[in-house]
Design a protein around this ligand. Sequence first.
Ligand code: FDA
Ligand code: A2P
Length: 259
Amino acid sequence: MFNSFRPISLLLSQPFVHFQGENPKKPGAPNTVRLYSIASTRYGDSFDGRTASLCVRRAVYYDPETGKEDPSKKGICSNFLCDSKPGDKIQITGPSGKIMLLPEDDPNATHIMIGTGTGVAPFRGYLRRMFMEDVPSFKFGGLAWLFLGVANTDSLLYDEEFTNYLQQYPENFRYDKALSREQKNKSGGKMYVQDRIEEYSDEIFKLLDDGAHIYFCGLKGMMLGIQDTLKRVAEQRGESWDQKLSQLKKNKQWHVEVY
Ligand code: FDA
Ligand code: A2P
């Protein structure tokens, strides 16, 4: 896991990370900032409010002709972060953005979280607030349902934490995985989060009708497949997806942050 994904202790919603060095695209100019989602709450992983966590994936480049890795084109900031050592200074600013802040007005609400890869980051923070922290103003009694898409069992992120919540709070937490390179969908193709959504579509639609929040975070590419699936399911149910979607957006139930 540490090879390609690196959890980094650094609350916020999204910090911008500044990093040393010269911008390769603009000689003489400093590197530009990159955005990373925060994977902890304001208390941090050590509950003292002095750290924040990021979940960073190394961006590597494979030459399309040879299929070999070309280190000269590796991602600058992600590799800088993944190669950092305890004690290294990392300049961060932010947070910015409110899309992925957990709405805490109703502690009994339902939150359906759909994430791929490092898109799990904000959900990991939500789940800590719901199940690990003792915050008097937010005693969670609702339902949190996480759909996580990764390549295989080895690339699952925070699985131990999530499995613990499942054992401790079976009434309040559901956790469904889509392991694209280990599981097949019903057509024999890769198992993606949208296939899991389809599998549970009746329940998901009912929860949305009852006011559930739904969040999407991770690969931009997943949104097309997800929207197609939701549209197809809505049509099978004799509903208009376009109308439903605009209602969800109007009610502030629909939260998307993809990259
Ligand atoms: P860099 O910007 O240097 O390169 C981008 C890509 O181009 C890389 O894949 C690199 O290999 C490739 N490349 C380099 N040179 C090339 C060349 N000559 N020809 C072709 N390709 C070349 N990420 C994450 O890991 N965790 C997170 O939680 C988030 N959250 C997040 C939230 C939001 C709102 C956004 C917009 C983005 C994220 N990201 C993220 C992504 C993150 O901001 C960043 O884009 C990636 O870490 C890649 O940044 P690098 O500096 O490593 O790659
Ligand atoms: P795969 O790479 O097997 O096609 P990543 O590790 O690149 O962040 O991806 C996280 C997960 O999202 C992987 O299981 C990846 O599958 C999957 N994925 C890739 N493309 C899509 C897509 N269009 N819709 C849903 N999931 C996707």
